[in-house]
Write a protein that binds this ligand. Structure first.
Ligand SMILES: Nc1ncnc2c1ncn2[C@@H]1O[C@H](COP(=O)(O)OP(=O)(O)OP(=O)(O)O)[C@@H](O)[C@H]1O
Ligand SMILES: [Mg+2]
Length: 398
């Protein structure tokens, strides 16, 4: 992105008509007509959970000379304050379009977006400025200003907001400590690694003490180790500062590791929505299944080639079973119980179990002695005898 475009985005994002409040926290959002619940809460001195987002029957159609492109339809959902909310979907599914309606970088064609109970479509210019101070954003390619130092990049939104220099000094120092860049104040972005650049992006997004942080593929340009470090930082920010984090990613492992809830978008509509362990443990929609395929422990090629569909008539052989765990009812693989129930010693051939939000999920491919083979193991997937949520006979090996 060209520098002028970057500064435009930043200006749109951070422009403010006045200084932040004395505690540095921006005042609650209010519509021009304004008797929003959040504002009432704050006025009453009640503890308010700021950072909720509600989409109500949202639709977006892009209109260009080439015609109309429907990008979002029938989007109705709530994002809880202080949660980490993941958005996944195939390329072109509408993820960025949806995310960008939260700070009105994109205007919906129909429906509403409510932030802390306020329909942001009703905000006037000043309200919009406030909104953009409360909703920080980080980008895949960081969008830093290359001619400015790390300090200046992070200071920019505060400067635009007219914060006095001494306060800027203090706040930026605090932020660079928070993201682990205390020794990089005077460094220019070109001398930073990708992970360090994203840390600057995060510090800059947090400068105005937002209650919501939008992340559009914030780790897609980073190597796996740096991705882990940035995820840990985002989780830390979410927990310590109570900021709602809404993130788009193509990396399912990112969602698995840090998100509370996940939305699967397909062709602009909600394909699935729910807690991550529920959606990942039992993906119903073809789009979700396709997205999650890389995480599944499928049958490895060498085993697939050796598998026979029928048990051999003579000689020793083994039956190969796939045991599935969906995360429900606290059920986990328990090998002594599995062996006892199957009436055979168990050989683990492939697979594994992940823990998502405390729920064990995955597939195990095991082999048991042919003498114990049965065609149907469904009895062991129900009631007190349950050893797995699903048991499939994959075939036989000699
Ligand atoms: N400014 C625009 N003008 C016209 N069409 C657009 C515009 N921005 C996005 N679209 C179209 O809207 C649809 C949704 O795009 P969007 O960028 O939201 O998808 P996405 O899920 O973020 O995809 P990706 O994973 O590739 O980033 C696509 O069909 C896209 O071509
Ligand atoms: Mg996108």
């Amino acid at each position: 992105m060209a520098i002028s475009a970057v500064s435009n985005v930043l200006r749109k994002q951070f422009q403010a008509e006045s200084e932040p409040a004395a505690d540095g926290r921006s005042t609650p959002l209010s519509a021009s007509s304004a008797d929003a619940p959040a504002a009432q809460h704050a006025a009453a001195g009640a503890p308010s959970a700021l950072g909720t987002v509600v989409f109500r029957d949202l639709g977006k159609v892009y209109r260009s000379s080439a015609g109309e492109v429907p990008a979002l339809q029938n989007i109705t959902l709530d994002i809880a304050a202080g949660s980490i909310f993941g958005i996944i979907g195939r390329s072109g599914a509408g993820k960025s379009s949806l995310l960008r309606t939260i700070n009105r970088l994109e205007e919906p064609s129909s429906g509403q977006v409510l932030v802390d109970g306020v329909d942001i479509g009703t905000l006037d210019e000043a309200g919009l400025v406030q909104l953009r101070r409360r909703v920080g954003m980080i980008f895949q390619h960081f969008n830093l200003l290359s001619a400015k130092t790390v300090f200046e990049n992070v200071a920019l939104p505060l400067k635009v907001a007219g914060v006095p220099a001494a306060q800027i000094q203090q706040r930026v120092t605090e932020l660079l400590d928070l993201v682990g860049l205390q020794d990089k104040h005077k460094t220019y972005p070109s001398r930073l690694s990708g992970g360090q650049k994203q840390r600057v992006g995060i510090a800059r997004a947090l400068a105005t003490r937002p209650e919501i942080l939008l992340c559009d593929e914030a780790t897609s340009a980073l190597d796996p180790e740096t991705t882990q470090a940035i995820l840990a930082l985002l989780r830390d920010i979410n927990r310590r500062l109570g900021i709602t984090v809404i993130l788009i990613t193509h990396e399912m492992s990112v969602i698995r590791e840090i998100a509370d809830q996940v939305l699967v978008l397909e062709k602009g509509e909600i394909a699935e929505l729910g807690e991550v362990w529920q959606v990942f443990g039992n993906p119903r929609h073809a789009a979700t299944q396709a997205l999650l395929a890389p995480l599944r422990h499928g049958v490895p090629d060498d085993l697939q080639q050796r598998l026979q569909p029928q048990a051999p008539g003579t000689g020793r052989f083994e039956q190969v079973l796939q045991l599935g765990y969906s995360g429900h009812d606290g059920l986990e693989p328990d090998f002594p119980r599995i062996a006892e129930a199957l009436g055979a010693k168990v050989r683990l051939l492939h697979g594994g179990v992940d823990r998502i939000q405390g729920h064990a999920q995955g597939q195990l491919i095991i082999a048991i002695d042919g003498a114990a083979a049965r065609n149907d193991w469904a009895a062991l997937t129900q009631g007190p005898a349950t050893i797995a949520h699903e048991i499939r006979v994959l075939g036989y090996v000699v």
